[in-house]
Design a protein around this ligand. Sequence first.
Ligand code: SF4
Length: 76
Amino acid sequence: MRLVVDLNKCQGYAQCAFLAPDVFAMHGEESLLYDPRPEDEQRERVARAVAACPVQAITADGLDRAGASQEASDVR
Ligand code: SF4
């Protein structure tokens, strides 16, 4: 999974750090550190963080896509 946070949008609300502490961490009051390639097991937490960010600063690749492409190639 790939993750990008638009730090120009990010207002340091720390919702993401609260919801996915292994992926996002506040560094000081305003700057955010994050793991741009989180493990797949973080997917659910990352999804919650994406949904919770008040300014939609987080973009994650392959959140539903992993599931979706699997379904597509695995037609029953
Ligand atoms: S929730 Fe959004 S605004 Fe808040 S720290 Fe995370 S990325 Fe920044």
